[in-house]
Design a protein around this ligand. Structure first.
Ligand SMILES: CC(C)(COP(=O)(O)OP(=O)(O)OC[C@H]1O[C@@H](n2cnc3c(N)ncnc32)[C@H](O)[C@@H]1OP(=O)(O)O)[C@@H](O)C(=O)NCCC(=O)NCCS
Length: 236
């Protein structure tokens, strides 16, 4: 418990710079966090992935917050470590390059020291001849912290924020065995195509509004705000 409380305090201290969508997670109960972080208590969710013996020491506290311009270098370094040098050759990159993430939909996970230990962003796209949607990715977690619930927390927060902001659907290219737990499947993407090589069974989607994928047909196109000049903080 001592570790949990120290972690919660440290995480709370970095939260004020995080904007309105901060979420605090830890390996313990909700109540100590609520007591220590009243400003976040209404958003706090206790992680449920503590150590098998119920102890908290193996699962660090982390917060999910909006990405700041100062996070770009740490985010890119994390993506390199997690995904390797070929990550920018993916078809998804064609839909991200030169664009900004969708407004309010770039998130990082920070550990108790404030370091970036996870990242996810969502991008505005158009579903071929159909309507608008979001493309999610890349999602990545610090390799040494995998299986600690950070990826799931980022996913749930990102999808919930997308829904709260009124978006109708989220797509991604990824493994159904992982993303299925967040509602994603290939059931509705058969009429869509990525603008480059991809594995069809890995093009997944979830509807946030009924019918948002009904007219989805054709090649997915970039629709995000273009980067002007050298806005390094948001280079994809
Ligand atoms: C994928 C990733 C973001 C998951 O983050 P995480 O914090 O480890 O995820 P969680 O702790 O929420 O979930 C871990 C669980 O998902 C499972 N999992 C992870 N990747 C998986 C995959 N590709 N397929 C199926 N299951 C997967 C783990 O085995 C683990 O299972 P368990 O709960 O039975 O132990 C992380 O492993 C990562 O950064 N991978 C490298 C980058 C990458 O591949 N990103 C996805 C690009 S589409």
């Amino acid at each position: 418990m001592e570790y949990l409380i120290k972690s919660a305090i440290a995480a709370t201290e970095i939260a004020p710079s995080s904007g309105p969508s901060a979420e605090l997670f830890s390996a313990g109960e909700k109540s100590p966090i609520a007591a220590l972080a009243p400003s976040l208590a209404h958003r706090a969710q206790a992680g449920s992935r503590g150590a098998p013996d119920g102890g908290a020491a193996q699962a660090p506290a982390f917060v999910i917050v909006g990405e700041g311009a100062g996070d770009a270098v740490a985010r890119e370094a994390l993506l390199d470590r997690a995904m390797g040098p070929n990550r920018k050759k993916k078809s998804s990159e064609k839909l991200r390059r030169g664009r900004r993430p969708s407004e309010g939909l770039a998130f990082v996970a920070r550990d108790a020291s404030g370091a970036v230990v996870g990242t996810v962003r969502l991008w505005d796209v158009r579903l071929g001849e159909g309507g608008p949607a979001l493309l999610l990715g890349p999602l990545a977690v610090e390799p040494g912290l995998k299986s600690g619930g950070i990826g799931s927390a980022l996913m749930r927060h990102a999808v919930a924020e997308a829904a709260r902001l009124g978006h109708g659907a989220v797509l991604l290219v990824g493994d159904a065995p992982y993303y299925g737990r967040f509602g994603f499947s290939a059931d509705r993407t058969g009429t869509l195509a990525m603008p480059g090589p991809y594995e069809r069974h890995r093009l997944l989607a979830v509807e946030l509004k009924d019918g948002a994928l009904d007219r989805a047909r054709g090649t997915i196109k970039a629709a995000g705000r273009k980067i002007k000049g050298q806005a390094l903080g948001f280079v994809a």
